[in-house]
Design a protein around this ligand. Structure first.
Ligand code: NAP
Length: 280
């Protein structure tokens, strides 16, 4: 049987229609438009593209974005000062700091300086901790977007063995916590994991978040597994080998058109929620 395609692009489009209605309601009630500030430090073309896509997604639902572009020489303290200014700005309800920032900047300090109520990308330690404890917080956008896809397609998580390959602060770790909170039994793999192939072969739900093109081979994957590929590399290549997935997986996210659109959609959805909370 052919695998079910977990179509993040289609789901994001449907969600945008609902978000438009909510943004309109905010405008009618308060006369104000919610604003997401997007901070880009440096000139990395991929990051610039992601920020542009996020701004475009704001426009599609009737929100505004406030692009803040800082030079690659920006220091940590200059970046912190800019974030503080946005924290204080009542017209801004959400702050996105595009990751990664140039190496000389203390990215963790910058993330931590974002006011929690404006942390719509779910990057602060406090936001992570609350989410991990099952308390209310904006989850990190990529894993939260993945959870939204799995929920939409009614993928059973409870009792299933979920294997997450990658443990980054914005993706692998929060992904594992979200799956755990959904009652999956979770294994987290990383660069020091021994016998990765064997662990991957035991996954009912597999999430690839490695950052290496087609690093996880289709032949490692158990027949019938649900496969989520968070990776994105030039040429529309993910972290999981595409060839053969149709026959092996019961369902999978395509690259492109799977996780990426739902990452942006989750960020925008969180920003709308923040707008609703602030603009009363
Ligand atoms: P990252 O910060 O580079 O983390 C990569 C993770 O993979 C690390 O935890 C690393 O382990 C692990 N890893 C590296 N080599 C490995 C190996 N040989 N075996 C097992 N694990 C290994 O990357 P990230 O930011 O989490 O992103 C991961 C992927 O998702 C990338 O392809 C990125 O482009 C994509 N992404 C997509 C979106 C989207 O919107 N679609 C958003 C964010 C990221 P260690 O911790 O031991 O180093």
């Amino acid at each position: 049987m052919q695998a079910l395609i977990l179509d993040g692009k289609k789901l994001a489009k449907e969600n945008e229609e609902l978000l438009k209605v909510r943004v309109n309601a905010i405008k009618e009630r308060t006369g104000k438009t919610p604003i997401l500030a997007t901070i880009l430090v440096g000139d990395d073309p991929a990051s610039a593209t992601y920020v542009k896509m996020k701004g475009n997604a704001c426009a599609r639902v009737g929100m505004e974005s406030m692009p803040v572009h800082l030079s690659k020489q920006t220091t940590t303290s200059e970046l912190l000062a800019k974030i503080e200014e946005l924290n204080e700005n009542p017209n801004v309800q959400g702050i996105l700091l595009q990751h990664p920032v140039p190496h000389h900047i203390n990215e963790r300090a910058a993330f931590e300086s974002i006011e929690r109520r404006k942390d719509v990308d779910g990057v602060t330690c406090l936001g992570f901790g609350l989410m991990a404890m099952g308390e209310k917080a904006y989850g990190s956008a990529t894993p939260a977007g993945i959870m939204a896809i799995l929920k939409h397609y009614k993928i059973q998580l409870e009792g299933k063995h979920a294997v997450v390959v990658g443990r980054s602060a914005i993706l692998g770790k929060p992904m594992a916590m979200m799956l755990l909170n959904a009652n999956a039994t979770v294994t987290i793999c990383h660069s020091k994991t021994e016998d990765l192939e064997k662990i991957v072969s035991e996954a009912d739900i597999l999430v690839g978040a490695v950052g290496k093109p087609e690093f996880i081979k289709a032949s490692w994957i158990k027949k019938g597994a649900v496969v989520v590929d968070a990776g994105y590399h030039p040429g529309g290549v993910g972290d999981i080998e595409k060839a053969g997935l149709d026959e092996i997986a019961s369902a999978y996210t395509p690259v492109p058109g799977g996780v990426g659109p739902m990452t942006i959609n989750t960020l925008i959805s969180n920003s709308v929620e923040s707008g609703e909370n602030f603009l009363k």
